[in-house]
Design a protein around this ligand. Structure first.
Ligand SMILES: [Zn+2]
Ligand SMILES: [Zn+2]
Length: 153
């Protein structure tokens, strides 16, 4: 996953409804019922869902919502630093409400994505060749393999 970049001061330490309210207020974004429900669904989704999966979950509470609204709202949330977008096995974007620096453990069999914290990575020595190349804003790292449950099968 992406480590918080030093230039990005937008990301809150932890996502909460209160943070959400304050951010909307600060940026002059209306706190509509739809936005609130989309945010609630995101907060309770630890499985890194796609926009379509979020749509299906929000639709249970807000039957009139459109997929287009979901897309637009997710882009707004991304700009506010409330959610991170990333890509995996296919070209479908996935959304991660966990804004704390973390990495992903990805099972290539069941495709489950787990969050994984590794604060010690801050202490790694960046190779000279990389430093010579330019300025680093992000470090991307993920572990892919087969989870224990899939190994048992
Ligand atoms: Zn698995
Ligand atoms: Zn994650």
């Amino acid at each position: 996953m992406i480590l918080a970049s030093p230039t990005n001061t937008n990301s809150p330490e932890e996502n909460t409804l209160e943070q959400f309210r304050l951010l909307c207020q600060k940026h002059g974004i209306k706190l509509t019922y739809q936005r609130l429900e989309i945010f609630r669904v995101l907060l309770s989704s630890t499985d890194h869902p796609t926009a379509e999966e979020i749509y299906a979950r929000v639709k249970e509470k807000v039957p009139t919502i459109s997929l287009d609204t979901i897309y637009r709202t997710l882009t707004t949330f991304e700009e506010l630093g409330l959610v991170k977008r990333f890509y995996l096995f296919d070209d479908k974007a996935r959304f991660d409400p966990n804004t704390k620096p973390h990495f992903h453990l990805i099972c290539t069999k069941c495709q489950k994505i787990l969050d994984f914290y590794w604060p010690e990575i801050k202490n790694i020595k960046i190779p000279d060749q990389v430093k010579k190349w330019g300025k680093i804003n992000q470090l991307y790292l993920e572990f892919r393999g087969v989870c224990r449950q899939c190994q048992k099968k």
